[in-house]
Design a protein around this ligand. Structure first.
Ligand SMILES: [Zn+2]
Length: 274
């Protein structure tokens, strides 16, 4: 039996609902949710004090958390140097905590982490999450404007420029998953929010069909998330899904940008036909 967990990896742009998808999928699969690993990978050596004090969603600081304390111990014992070494230590901790058939739900999104997962895990499955171009563009425009803008910033914040970035960056994620050669399931964020159980049924069936059925000894889902704003974990406490529909008041430029042929077709295929 492999000493590595199977990895379900959420690949998406930032601000596309990956935390929510990771939580919902992990709940279904009875896996171990490790959240976004970047915080841990960045800080495990350089800023150890901050890392061990970070509150984990399991209710204790990381230094006392059954997952992160093990991951730290494995990283130290193995003389970890690179992100890939630390990633391996996290995988080892997941197996020690949940057994060799465990599913690890990783929402670190970035191709560099996907490569680390795919190199080690017996099976790495990618959920390619995409948020509707109009919704993502409107919220990204707000963020760009809030960061303050010079003359270049004004242009960068226009709907066509932002929508084009959405398209380019999403296509780059598709290319990365294609190069790595992992199995990929597209998941539309809007469908996840509005047809939640249908989408989760499809994700669950897809995952188990590739892993040969659920892990017979899996306990309930465990979530060990230490990154980001705790508001993003509100779902854990409230069980409520909220959708920001502000983009529906967006101007004609937003509609125009989203109607450009390749972008429109890609949006339909990745978000609404999934
Ligand atoms: Zn924890």
């Amino acid at each position: 039996m492999s000493d590595r967990p199977n990895v379900v990896f959420v690949s998406s742009l930032a601000h596309s609902g990956s935390t929510l998808l990771g939580l919902l999928v992990n709940e279904r699969l009875g896996g171990v949710g490790v959240g976004e690993l970047n915080v841990f990978l960045r800080g495990w050596q350089a800023d150890r004090d901050a890392i061990v004090q970070r509150p984990c969603t399991c209710g204790v600081p990381s230094g006392e958390c059954p997952l992160w304390s093990r991951a730290l111990a494995f990283a130290d014992a193995g003389g970890a140097r690179s992100d890939a070494d630390v990633y391996a230590a996290v995988q080892q901790a997941v197996v020690e905590l949940a057994g060799p058939g465990a599913v690890m739900v990783d929402i670190s999104k970035r191709p560099v982490h996907l490569r680390a997962a795919a190199r080690l895990a017996p099976t790495t499955l990618v959920l390619r999450l995409t948020r509707d171009v109009r919704s993502w563009t409107a919220s990204e425009q707000r963020r760009v404007r809030a960061r303050g803008t010079g003359r270049g910033g004004v242009l960068r914040a226009t709907a066509p420029a932002v929508a084009l970035r959405w398209y380019r960056h999403n296509r780059a994620l598709d290319d990365a998953a294609g190069e790595i050669g992992t199995a990929v399931l597209p998941v539309g964020y809007e469908r996840l929010v509005f047809d939640t159980s249908e989408v989760l049924d499809a994700v669950e069936a897809w995952v188990w069909s590739r892993l040969g059925g659920p892990d017979p000894v899996a306990g309930g889902a465990r979530n060990h998330l230490i990154g980001g704003n705790r508001m993003r974990y509100a779902y854990l406490e409230t069980g409520q899904l909220r959708y920001d529909a502000g983009w529906m008041r967006g101007g004609p430029l937003l509609s125009l940008a989203a109607a450009v042929a390749p972008l429109h077709a890609y949006n339909r295929r990745m978000v609404h036909d999934t």
